[in-house]
Design a protein around this ligand. Structure first.
Ligand code: BES
Ligand code: ZN
Ligand code: ZN
Length: 479
């Protein structure tokens, strides 16, 4: 784990690691450092390659230097800064350095924010279960101060903190994070962030006719929960945004059991809930002028004598009867009731997020989330926000003719379509539960929500995908 701070000057000490970034020979992004020995000046330009070496400073102290060129052909310097900082942290740790210094001779707030993200997200580690914990590395950005930069970095710190909160709960195994424990954690954290939090237990879910949530969680010893967080800004908000997130704390597949290799990663099947709840916490802590309601249905999809069976027919909150043709298509069942609850609140926008379908990963790969929606303006705002944050999303079609695939003879809908286009039929199933008058988007994060391999500046394990984008979107909507 690394710490981040911003200073205007610094004094080199033994075992420092310096990261020089530059755009081209003439426009170095670091100030001229008279105190630095000539021997460790950045290497000659090699067409954008990243160079690094360790050297001596004033012959005595040991310092390491990396020079990173941020303007490779067709490049995005903000993206490269995040990767360069994260790579510098890995290298600095290997060399047993204590601090990473990033001198930046630029007033570009985007680059400074990228350095902060590289430090706080790139330096993230989940080490709770390891006895030997490395001392946190200090990452210091050195540049001129300005009011705008301080404001940006203060906001960044909050967003990255909540992104890492999402990563912490995603990384926890299912014997620690289950519906009851996650509901408690959300309640505590949500209140800390400034939200009002309400938890529906099984009895309340029955009273509220949440047939989908009840059915999916029937077989688990940790009982179903639904957590509602509400943030109301001091000054009356113009817009109300409702966020919904799939919270399946472990997806075995139920009686349509997943093969063991496919169960790996399914402790992160609450990625939608982690993303939406953490984003709501960030929005509340940032005190953005927008009303936000976050709804997270929490269940564990298990096998037991009380678990739901294939071909069970359940009645959802809006009265629609659904035949469960596959117990592994459980996410849409818990989201369905939650989307009805969201619609009842009559917000301006509803956005749901879920690790919903393997089909979405087949379509877009592990790095890109699929975006569906009924309002192209809302989808456009989400794509813009994602682009700003460096999270990848791609618009997919809500192709209405595929609704035919959800037809079944003895219930009003099946919970699965045919073999092809599975992320589309899943989205079309969800659409049945959203009030048509409300703008709605659905984000299938099955890829980046569960990816274990590193993704750019984010290391192995949970990524906390979507927290940045949702927080930034709330900012855009509230403007
Ligand atoms: N949680 C899974 C989706 C998933 C699969 C996410 C792989 C990440 C990686 C979801 O509940 C599921 O099992 N969906 C089924 C639906 C099918 C039975 C219609 C799927 O995608 O196979
Ligand atoms: Zn499933
Ligand atoms: Zn699932």
């Amino acid at each position: 784990m690394s710490k981040f701070s911003h200073l205007t000057t610094y004094k080199l000490t033994n075992h420092d690691f310096i990261l020089f970034t530059y755009a081209d020979k003439k426009k170095a992004l670091f100030p001229a450092l008279k105190s630095i020995d000539l021997a460790i000046k950045p290497h000659k330009d090699q067409g954008g390659s990243i160079l690094s070496h360790a050297g001596k400073f004033k012959t005595k102290s040991y310092i390491a230097v990396r020079t990173s060129r941020l303007d490779k052909k067709n490049s995005d310097t903000v993206r490269e800064m995040k990767i360069a900082v994260s790579a510098a942290i890995t290298e600095a740790e290997k060399l047993e350095c204590k601090r990473v210094i990033i001198p930046l001779d630029s007033t570009n707030t985007d680059l400074a924010l990228a350095a902060q993200e590289g430090a706080l997200l790139g330096g993230y580690k989940f080490n709770k279960y390891l006895k030997e914990k490395k001392k946190p590395l200090e990452v210091i950005l050195v540049s001129k101060k300005s009011a705008a930069l301080t404001k940006t970095l203060n906001a960044g710190e909050k967003v990255f903190k909540w992104t890492n909160f999402a990563r912490d709960i995603l990384s926890e195994p299912a014997n620690e994070i289950h519906p009851e424990s996650l509901a408690k954690l959300f309640t505590n954290q949500g209140k800390k962030a400034g939200m009002k939090v309400t938890v529906w237990n099984e009895a309340k879910l029955k009273k509220e006719n949440c047939g989908g949530i009840l059915a999916v969680g029937k077989g688990a010893s940790s009982r179903q929960r639904l957590v509602i967080g509400e943030y109301t800004p001091k000054r009356k908000a113009k817009k109300h945004l409702c966020l919904v997130g799939k919270g399946v704390t472990f997806d075995t597949g139920g009686y349509c059991l997943k093969p063991s290799a496919s169960q790996i990663g399914m402790k992160m099947d609450m990625g939608g809930a982690a993303m939406m709840f953490s984003a709501a916490c960030a929005i509340a802590e940032l005190k953005l002028p927008i009303k936000v309601t976050v709804i997270t249905p929490l269940v564990e999809n298990d096998i037991s004598s009380t678990a739901m069976h294939t071909e069970d027919i359940i009645t959802m909150r809006n009265g629609l009867t659904v035949q469960v043709d596959n117990t592994d298509a459980e996410g849409r069942l818990v989201l369905a009731d939650s989307l009805c609850i969201a619609s009842d609140k009559k917000p301006d926008y509803i956005i749901d997020s879920a690790t919903l379908t393997g089909a979405c990963v087949v379509a877009l790969g592990e790095d890109i989330a699929g975006l569906f929606g009924t309002d192209s303006l809302l989808n456009g705002m989400i794509l813009d926000a994602a682009d700003d944050c460096g999270e990848y999303m791609w618009e997919m079609p809500l192709h209405l003719p595929y609704q035919e695939q959800l037809k079944t003879t003895i219930a009003e809908s099946s919970n699965m379509g045919s073999r092809w286009g599975g992320s589309i039929t899943a989205a079309l199933f969800l659409k049945k539960f959203v009030d048509e008058k409300i703008s709605w988007s659905h984000i299938d994060i099955a890829g980046p929500g569960i990816k274990n391999d590193p993704l750019e500046h984010l290391g192995k394990g949970a990524k906390g995908f979507g927290v940045k984008t949702m927080t930034s979107l709330a900012g855009i909507i509230s403007e």
